[in-house]
Design a protein around this ligand. Structure first.
Ligand SMILES: Cc1ncc(COP(=O)(O)O)c(C=O)c1O
Length: 499
């Protein structure tokens, strides 16, 4: 059965621009030369090049059509639902874009004197206040450029604080459900990483935490809600256990879109946390950035925040303060990704407290709708209440040799971007789905219909799923080869064969 939703590319067989080339074609026409000709070789010397290599020669309409067709191959959140769990691919309201492109903001220069940057400084200050209010912390840095960068900044703050107390430590504990950036961050910050196991409910196993927390432990990095979409219900107790041993609690706040307006991690005993503005506060996510990963912290960590910080002078004007002897230094040129900060503030102010709360409720409602509608069709390994994302496994499908990656590829034929495959690692064959609040009931129903149809195909015609996608120009790729030996440059077929 081919589904209601499936949308196909305008042209499935668009070739490479080099393949369209034929000698002598050009996308321009110049008027006859009416100035003296110059000897380019003489003028340019060694820089002169007669042989331009193999450049594509095409007409204007061919080049326009080629790139226009290619642009229709993009799948983005503007095309349809993008249910990548943990990535929060939500809709980015256009008003944020308009605001960030206002000339005074887009053209402001970081070397501009403070006196003519008061508006930009006020944006930084207001966003800082909003973020500390939303999260329940005392202070913030807006500098980090992404979530992982925020993690590093936060862990460096912890390290600086512990060292200042004459209490340096060696280890960071990290639950087995954590995002891969967490152990990478701890290791880069110079700590040994120790794994902490989850219990049957998908939460940190508190007896294990008690057993593993000793005077070597600098802290725990916990994600809440965690990557199973499960809220760590013992969070306050976890904080107390760590604090009692002189360790700190770091929270990966990348999933804050499940808590905004409902709960403040600062009240759970968390010492420091990063946010992914490009997940929670709508700024675009994907393509490697740019993003923003502000870090919020408690008063005791504030002196260590990166320089500069925005302060209000006695005369009421705003300024950057660089005179902070305990600061960990700079973590980013200038003041962070300013355009992202503008977008996040626009989003926060446009929604207001009620709008943000509604957004959180809708995100959680949508994930629970999907959970309810797909339970029974796919295995649900953890029955604990779902927050903003739901994690199934491929256990019911593997008997026919079908794995989560096959189901994801078949989803492309149904017109949807795949969900997150095989993550978190504690779920074997994970299907991680995060619909976000952006999706309407109608779109969710189309997604459910597609996922149910695929579950049926897995039973009745497994080959269709195993060979998917069928609707794309290129179907199955050798993913290991593509990762290990990527071919990033076009070469003529004969030349490639000769290599
Ligand atoms: C739970 C979690 N932590 C950390 C990160 C890292 O964030 P970034 O990709 O911005 O570095 C992500 C990414 O989405 C995440 O989902």
């Amino acid at each position: 059965m081919i589904p209601t939703k499936a949308t196909r590319h305008v042209n499935q067989n668009e070739g490479l621009i080099f393949e369209k080339s034929s000698p002598g074609k050009a996308a321009y026409k110049l008027p006859p030369l009416d100035v003296p000709d110059v000897d380019a070789a003489k003028l340019l010397g060694a820089a002169y090049r007669e042989d331009l290599g193999q450049m594509p020669e095409v007409s204007e309409i061919e080049i326009i059509r080629h790139f226009t067709r290619l642009s229709t191959w993009n799948y983005g959140v503007d095309t349809g639902m993008y249910p990548l769990g943990s990535c929060t691919m939500k809709y980015n309201p256009r008003v944020n874009e308009v605001v960030s492109r206002l000339e005074g903001l887009a053209s402001s220069h970081p070397y501009q004197p403070e006196k003519i940057s008061q508006g930009a400084l006020l944006i930084l200050k207001t966003l800082s206040e909003c973020l500390t209010e939303i999260t329940g912390f005392d202070a913030v840095t807006l500098q980090p450029a992404a979530g992982a960068h925020g993690e590093l900044t936060g862990i460096l703050l912890m390290r600086a604080y512990l060292e200042s107390q004459g209490n340096p430590r060696k280890k960071i504990l990290i639950p087995d459900s954590a995002h891969g950036t967490n152990p990478a961050t701890a290791a880069i910050a110079g700590y040994a990483v120790e794994n902490l196991k989850s219990n049957a409910a998908g939460m940190v196993d508190v007896p294990s935490l008690i057993a593993q927390t000793n005077e070597d432990v600098a802290g725990l990095m916990i994600t809440n809600p965690n990557t199973l979409g499960v809220f760590e219900q013992e969070i306050k107790k976890i904080a107390d256990i760590l604090h009692a041993k002189g360790a700190l609690l770091y929270t990966d706040g990348a999933n804050m879109n499940a808590l905004v307006g409902k709960a403040k991690p600062g009240a759970f005993g968390v010492d420091v946390m990063h946010l992914n503005l490009h997940k929670t506060f709508s700024t675009p996510h994907g393509g490697g950035g740019p993003g923003a990963g502000p870090v919020v912290c408690k008063k005791n960590l504030e002196p260590f925040l990166p320089v500069p910080v925005v302060v209000t002078r006695g005369d009421g004007t705003l300024a950057f303060d660089y005179d902070r002897p305990k600061a960990i230094g700079r973590v980013r040129a200038f003041y962070g990704n300013f355009g992202m900060l503008v977008r996040a503030l626009a989003y926060i102010l446009a929604n207001g407290p009620d709008g943000l709360r509604q957004t959180t409720e809708d995100a959680v409602l949508n994930a629970n709708y999907i959970r309810k509608k797909l339970e029974g069709y796919y295995d649900l390994p953890y029955k604990t209440p779902t927050m903003h994302e739901v994690v199934f496994s491929d256990r019911l499908q593997t008997k026919n040799g079908i794995k989560t990656g096959d189901i994801a590829k078949r989803l492309i034929d149904y017109g949807f971007h795949p969900y997150t495959v095989s993550f978190p690692l504690i779920v074997h064959g994970a299907l991680m789905i995060e619909p976000t609040e952006s999706e309407s009931l109608e779109e969710l129903d189309l997604f459910v219909e597609a996922m149910r149809a695929i579950a049926k195909e897995c039973e009745q015609e497994p080959q269709t799923v195993l060979e998917a996608p069928h609707s794309t120009r290129v179907s199955r790729m050798d993913e290991t080869m593509a990762a290990r030996k990527p071919i990033l440059r076009w070469k003529r077929a004969q030349q490639a064969a000769a290599d």
